[in-house]
Design a protein around this ligand. Structure first.
Ligand SMILES: CC(C)(COP(=O)(O)OP(=O)(O)OC[C@H]1O[C@@H](n2cnc3c(N)ncnc32)[C@H](O)[C@@H]1OP(=O)(O)O)[C@@H](O)C(=O)NCCC(=O)NCCS
Length: 229
């Protein structure tokens, strides 16, 4: 879903094959159909529906040893995520560049999304810690960020717990283990807090899936969200 990178995909209804119609909470209230059935998603698309999101909810069970967090290098340091609030939208627009499945349509959209997220309205209360922003040595530039919220129980089987609501690293700093460091910060915090699991949603085709899989996250549900009007 554009501009909704790691947001969970709540579905009304029972567990198992899930299908519901709802009104997307947007300015235009577009009728949606949600399904976990790939055949149904394909049939709906063949009939003219537009695929809004194809995402995977991934969960890591925290029953192993305490994880380690790769250290930050080059003078980078972390600050509280809300301290960086005014600089997060522009940095995230850089990170979710053109062509990314979750790229926001505009800076204004990114600003709206961050406002909702940090006001605890997008998913659930922001957990601080472990939510942080990484800033450069001078404290000028936001290099990356991690937002973890508490997602309440969901009908698809999520029993409630910490949820990685957003994680990004700006392109100039990607590929240097910062994303892994942020993710492991979330995992280590959850482990230390006695949480039993941690989850996130990733859009199909986002290479970040490899990072999550290598950290031990496993797919729990795949959901197709289609515009059916
Ligand atoms: C996902 C993201 C945070 C990873 O940050 P990063 O600092 O580049 O990642 P790391 O250097 O820590 O790499 C960790 C692993 O991520 C995987 N990976 C993540 N993004 C990748 C990409 N664009 N291309 C290739 N591999 C990628 C690799 O498997 C890598 O493992 P490896 O080094 O063993 O191959 C960063 O690419 C990003 O901001 N992407 C855009 C925003 C986004 O999609 N956020 C996730 C939303 S669910």
């Amino acid at each position: 879903m554009p501009g909704a990178p790691c947001l969970p995909q709540p579905v009304q209804g029972a567990r198992g094959p899930e299908r519901s119609r709802s009104l997307r909470r947007s300015l235009t209230s577009v009728p949606e159909t949600r399904t976990t059935d790939p055949g149904e998603a394909a049939a709906l698309q063949a009939a003219g529906a537009r695929l809004l999101r194809h995402g995977h909810d991934m969960v890591l069970d925290l029953d192993g040893p305490a994880p380690t967090i790769p250290p930050l290098s080059g003078g980078l340091r972390v600050i509280a995520v809300r301290e960086a609030a005014s600089r997060l939208p522009a940095a995230s627009v850089l990170a979710y560049g053109p062509g990314h499945p979750d790229a926001p349509a505009s800076l204004a959209e990114a600003e709206r999304r961050w406002q909702e997220l940090l006001a605890d309205r997008a998913i659930g209360p922001v957990l601080e810690p472990p939510s942080v922003a990484i800033i450069d040595a001078l404290g000028d530039e936001v290099v990356g960020a991690l937002v973890v919220t508490r997602l309440w129980p969901e009908s698809w089987g999520w029993p409630g717990g910490p949820w990685v609501a957003d994680i990004f690293v700006v392109p100039a700093h990607q590929g240097r283990d910062l994303g892994r460091s942020l993710l492991m910060r979330a995992v280590a915090w959850a482990h230390g807090a006695g949480e039993l699991r941690i989850g996130l949603t990733v859009s199909d085709g986002n290479p970040a899936q490899r990072l999550y899989a290598s950290a031990g996250f496993r797919r729990q549900r795949t959901l197709f969200v289609l515009e059916t009007a």
